[in-house]
Ligand binder design. Structure first.
Ligand SMILES: [Zn+2]
Length: 223
C-alpha cells in the first residue's frame, strides 16, 4: 500500500473545484461512507464516517472500521447479516477512494500541518480481524457437543405429568421424576393389552406407556 502524502503528482486545477478530503483537506477526494458495527447479543452500535475522503484517509478508515466490525461486531445475534452488510458497504467505499490519485494539499484549504492519515496494516493482516470470527465459529460448532444429546423422559425411568386439572391424559407431558409428576413409566409397549398388570396406561406417538401411580408423598395427617 502506498501511503503517506505524495507531492509528486502534478497539480490538476480541475481537481480544485471538486470535493476536498474532510480530514486532511487534500485533493483529489471522493464521496464515501465507512461503516462500523459493534455489538454483543442484542446490544448494537452502528457508527459511520462520511466523506469525501482522499485516497489515504479513505483507505485508513476502511481498514480500521472493517477490522473493528469483524472483531467487535461478530458477537451480535444478527452478526451473520450485519457484518457482511458492513463489509459490502465498506468495500464499495474503498473502491471509490483507491481509484483516486496520490493526495496533494489543497492550495487554499490545507494548512501546512495537514497530512493524510497513514493506513495501517491491511484488514486480514490484523489478528483481531479473523480471530473473533474464527473463535465464534469454533464455539458454535462445539455447542451441540457441550449441550449433549438432550435428556428424554419418554422411556422407562421417566415420569408423566397430567396436563389438565381434570386429570385427563389427553395431552400428557413426559417429565423428570425429580420434578412434579403423577405417574412413573414402567414399560413402553406396542399394545395396551400388555399394560394389564399396571395401574394405568397412556397412548402417545404410536406407543403405549404402562404407568404405575406414584404414592402421595404427603403423609396422611392423624385425626
Ligand atoms: Zn485525507
Amino acid at each position: 500500500m502506498t501511503d503517506v502524502t505524495s507531492t509528486s503528482a502534478p497539480a490538476d486545477r480541475a481537481d480544485e473545484a471538486g470535493p476536498v478530503c474532510v480530514l486532511c483537506h487534500h485533493l483529489p477526494a471522493a464521496p464515501a461512507t465507512l461503516h462500523q458495527v459493534n455489538g454483543v447479543l442484542v446490544y448494537l452500535r452502528w457508527n459511520r464516517e462520511q466523506g469525501p475522503f482522499c485516497r489515504d484517509c479513505g483507505t485508513t478508515l476502511f481498514r480500521d472500521a472493517t477490522a473493528r466490525s469483524l472483531s467487535r461486531g461478530s458477537w451480535h445475534l444478527l452478526s451473520p447479516v450485519l457484518v457482511p452488510l458492513v463489509l459490502a458497504r465498506n468495500l464499495a467505499a474503498r473502491r471509490a477512494v483507491t481509484a483516486l490519485a496520490d493526495p496533494r494539499p489543497h492550495p487554499v484549504l490545507a494548512a501546512p500541518n495537514h497530512r493524510p492519515l497513514v493506513p495501517g496494516r491491511p484488514v486480514m493482516r490484523r489478528p483481531t480481524s479473523w480471530l473473533a470470527p474464527l473463535l465464534l465459529a469454533v464455539l458454535v460448532s462445539l455447542a451441540p457437543l457441550v449441550a449433549g444429546p438432550g435428556v428424554r423422559y419418554d422411556r422407562v425411568g421417566g415420569c408423566v405429568r397430567k396436563s389438565t386439572p381434570l386429570g385427563m391424559y389427553d395431552a400428557i407431558r413426559f417429565v423428570s421424576c425429580a420434578d412434579v409428576h403423577d405417574a412413573r413409566i414402567a414399560a413402553v409397549v406396542t399394545s395396551w393389552t400388555e399394560c394389564r398388570g399396571f395401574d394405568e396406561y397412556v397412548a402417545e406417538g404410536g406407543h403405549f406407556y404402562c404407568l404405575t401411580t406414584e404414592p402421595d408423598p404427603t403423609p396422611a395427617q392423624p385425626d
